[in-house]
Design a protein around this ligand. Structure first.
Ligand SMILES: [Fe+2]
Ligand SMILES: [Fe+2]
Length: 367
């Protein structure tokens, strides 16, 4: 195998300039401004969707179905909260100072996570449930061992990058700081971020999509679709940045990191499966949801530039139909369906995210 060495990706700062401004007249790369346009054109507010029309259906659902529905949204709430509070901000801060446009895109995505996505779940809770039931629901999440393990693991990588951000900022010249270790921490945090965005969210999305596909709880389903559309480009963007960093590592490090990646995947997969069982066994959907979990784990790996890990399986067509944004119709009573667009923009296609640079990482860790 040809031996390579880790490359530095840091650009040399312009001498005698301490601070410079974001100059949007010059593109930082050939994809960030595209993600900027897409993110902003998709902007929406939680209050844009009226949830009242769902109440007739919600109130006749069996209690165990209501519980499974609410618990899924609670899991999503926890993931979105920490993605907004620490995940996205830490990744943004880790980028070199001159990447003003990249930081702007990530900061915008960070704002969506908690202020829009988590807030939307709370709006659903407030419409469907009583305050004591909402309090019990949050308590359930705070004490759920698998959910807590998942959060601890993901946020752990964010905190580690946070520590490196500090070292780079204030102790770059000390022995404690090493550029390659920093890039490894940055890449691992981005992997955690893509796993969260493109994979872990989806066991929670399954149930609302399952209802939406059957024409039930349509307003909540519209909210899920808007969130899903956002998460889809978040995972693509961070995945793209992660691939750029991975490319700088030498062969030996790439192989070691690939081993870590699959170990991390299996650790989360174990927790995710138990979490799914704890929510979906009661409504007899665990088997189907686990298929969906594996389907989305493969998608997350592909966003990071790796080949799928799990065998291809057939996903429930009702849920797949719910995933397909092109099949959605606008509900005139909701004010905004996921066809709503603030600015003129087109529906996303996979080909929109095929950039000049080829997919750089294969399963064997070779370029
Ligand atoms: Fe989110
Ligand atoms: Fe996101």
């Amino acid at each position: 195998m040809k031996k390579t060495t880790d490359k530095k990706i840091k650009l040399e700062p312009v001498l005698d300039v301490l601070y410079n401004g974001a100059n949007w007249n010059q593109k930082e790369d050939d994809y960030t401004q595209h993600f900027y346009e897409q993110n902003l054109s998709q902007f929406w507010r939680p209050e844009d969707i009226s949830l009242q029309p769902d109440l007739n259906v919600w109130h006749v659902l069996p209690e165990k179905v209501q519980l499974a529905y609410a618990r899924n949204l609670l899991v999503l709430t926890f993931l979105d909260t920490h993605q907004g509070d620490i995940g996205m901000p830490v990744v943004s801060r880790s980028l070199d100072d001159h990447f003003h446009q990249r930081k702007a895109v990530i900061n915008f995505m960070a704002a969506m996570e908690n202020a829009v996505h988590a807030k939307s779940y709370s709006n659903i809770f407030m419409t469907y449930m009583s305050t004591p039931d909402i309090d019990d629901l949050f308590l359930w999440g705070e004490k759920h061992p698998n959910l807590q393990n998942i959060m601890k693991s993901i946020v752990g990588y964010y905190k580690e990058l946070d520590r490196y951000n500090y070292l780079k900022k204030f102790m770059e010249d000390s022995k404690e700081f090493n550029e390659v270790d920093f890039n490894v921490a940055q890449w691992k945090a981005m992997v955690a971020s893509v796993f969260l965005e493109t994979w872990l969210f989806y066991s929670g999305f399954y149930y609302p999509l399952f209802f939406y596909g059957q024409g039930k709880l349509m307003q909540a389903g519209e909210i899920i679709n808007l969130i899903l559309r956002d998460e889809s480009i978040h995972g693509l963007y961070i995945g793209r940045l992660a691939q750029e960093i991975y490319e700088t590592f030498d062969n030996a490090r790439q192989e070691a990191l690939q081993t870590w990646l699959y170990e991390f995947l299996l650790e989360l997969y174990h927790e995710q499966n138990e979490l799914v069982e704890s929510i979906y066994d009661e409504v007899e959907l665990s088997h189907d949801v686990k298929v969906f979990v594996r389907y989305n784990a493969n998608k997350a790996l592909m966003n990071l530039g790796f080949d799928p890990y799990f065998e291809q399986e057939e996903v429930n067509p009702v849920v797949l139909n719910g995933l397909n944004t092109e099949t959605k119709t606008m509900d005139n009573f909701s004010m905004k369906g996921n066809g709503y667009q603030k600015m003129k923009s087109e529906m996303l296609k996979d080909s929109d995210f095929e950039f000049k640079q080829e997919k750089i990482i294969k399963f064997g860790g070779k370029k």
